[in-house]
Design a protein around this ligand. Structure first.
Ligand code: NAD
Ligand code: DAU
Length: 365
């Protein structure tokens, strides 16, 4: 039985990963979910697995040395799948130090505790152990609009936001542990994910939630920044594959060759929402392009991200399976079926967050 220590498993990708892994491997694996439950962590995401005998939840901060040591003491961990992070760029612009603490110092602590648990007296590492660090394409910086320019594993790091700088630092630490100690690891650098359980501070769920409430859809700047969108389950499959077959020390870029301007995404959401809402649903009348409002740009806003996933395709056989139109429809249907989930997370501090982030943003068109 393989034992996975998943950090940040109550967040968006982490909870999707836990569902995917338990669905695929059933009781032949054991999962320990370590999460601090920040605003982004929600145990409601894991309601259907919480009573399984091979799933365990530990509420802990990845920066807490004693707590993380205790997890390695209590379980013979084979894989660390390290998702836990502060993940929202806009928040990092307002509160950069928190990002350094969680993403850099938290990762350093995870690495130290894993090394301590896995290292043998001769300095080598116990067989079959690996640390999989889940990172982002944002570490590579921003691409020009030239459609032939892509991020490769060899592209030099050039992060611009406090978020991406903190993720870049954490990647560097993971690589340094490999180069210095021979620590077994992989890094995945993935593009923008979308799908179920995504917190409505990120573009797609924020737009779905606002449109259904008849609230303005705040598009930053000219709306033509490009992101490369991947359905979250495809990302989970890539992480599983890298965890199983990735060569220690290697980095793999993960992306779907699915570049879209933000304004296209917003218009697609409006279109699909209108198709999915029945004519007698009172919300349908609200959902139109009239809701789109161009607002003051994000500071330091990266123009374009685009991943070249050639290496993970050629070496490990990974390919994205969900087409965008299908993925966005599944996502919208998921939100329709889980309006109570959305209500629970937007009923508390979310209103204050929204006011702070959007209340003083200038409307530019
Ligand atoms: P998220 O914000 O939805 O979830 C983060 C989770 O980490 C939450 O459950 C939160 O409670 C937990 N957490 C935060 N600080 C913690 C701490 N100090 N100790 C323990 N737990 C803590 O994030 P996400 O979108 O699911 O992203 C997960 C990972 O994937 C991140 O490392 C992110 O950088 C990376 N990533 C995200 C995307 C994306 O599009 N969302 C793309 C590529 C990579
Ligand atoms: O590329 C991977 C990264 O994708 C991950 O590492 C991050 O954790 C994740 O948050 C995401 O970062 P982005 O900044 O690209 O995602 P976000 O959903 O915040 O924004 C997507 C684009 O939409 C970006 O160009 C900013 C724009 N935007 C966003 C919001 C929230 C708007 O125009 N309006 C909005 O209200």
């Amino acid at each position: 039985m393989k034992t996975y220590l998943v950090t940040g498993g109550a967040g968006f990708i982490g909870s999707n990963f836990i569902h995917y892994m338990l669905g695929k491997y059933g009781d032949s694996i054991e999962i320990i979910n370590v999460d601090k439950l920040t605003y982004a962590g929600n145990l409601e995401n894991l309601k259907d697995v919480e009573n399984l005998p091979n799933y365990h939840f530990v509420k802990a901060d990845i920066c807490d040395k004693d707590a993380i040591r205790a997890v390695f003491h209590d379980y013979d961990v084979d894989r660390v799948i390290h998702f836990a992070a502060e993940s929202h760029v806009d928040r990092s612009i307002r509160e950069p130090e928190l990002f350094v603490k969680t993403n850099v110092l938290g990762t350093a602590n995870m690495l130290n505790c894993a090394k301590e648990a896995w290292e043998l007296p001769d300095g080598s590492f116990r067989e079959g152990k690996k640390f999989c660090h889940v990172s982002t394409d944002e570490v590579y910086g921003s691409l020009p609009e030239d459609p032939d320019a892509y991020f490769y594993e060899t592209t030099p790091y050039q992060p611009h936001s406090p978020y991406s700088a903190s993720k870049a630092s954490s990647d560097m630490l993971v690589k340094a542990y490999h180069d210095t100690y021979g620590f077994p690891m992989n890094i995945t650098n993935c593009s923008n994910n979308y799908g179920p359980y995504q917190f409505p501070e990120k573009l797609i769920p924020l737009m779905i939630n606002n449109a259904l409430a008849g609230r303005k859809l705040p598009v930053y700047g000219d709306g033509r920044n490009v992101r490369d969108w991947l359905y979250v389950e495809d990302h989970c499959k890539a992480i599983d594959l890298v965890s199983e077959k990735g060569i220690s020390g290697e980095t793999y870029n993960v992306g779907g060759h699915n570049e879209k301007q933000n304004i296209e995404i917003v218009k697609t959401i409006i279109e699909v929402l209108r198709e999915e809402l029945s004519d007698d649903d009172p919300r349908k009348a609200n959902v139109s392009e009239d809701l789109i409002e161009y607002v003051e740009d994000r500071k330091g806003h990266d123009r374009r991200y685009a991943i070249a996933p050639d290496k993970i395709h050629k070496e490990l056989g990974w390919l994205p399976e969900t087409m965008f139109r299908e993925g966005i429809r599944m996502t919208i249907k998921w939100y329709f079926d889980h309006m109570d989930w959305m209500e629970h997370i937007t009923s508390g501090n979310y209103q204050q967050y929204y006011e702070k982030m959007y209340g003083d943003r200038k409307v530019i068109g």
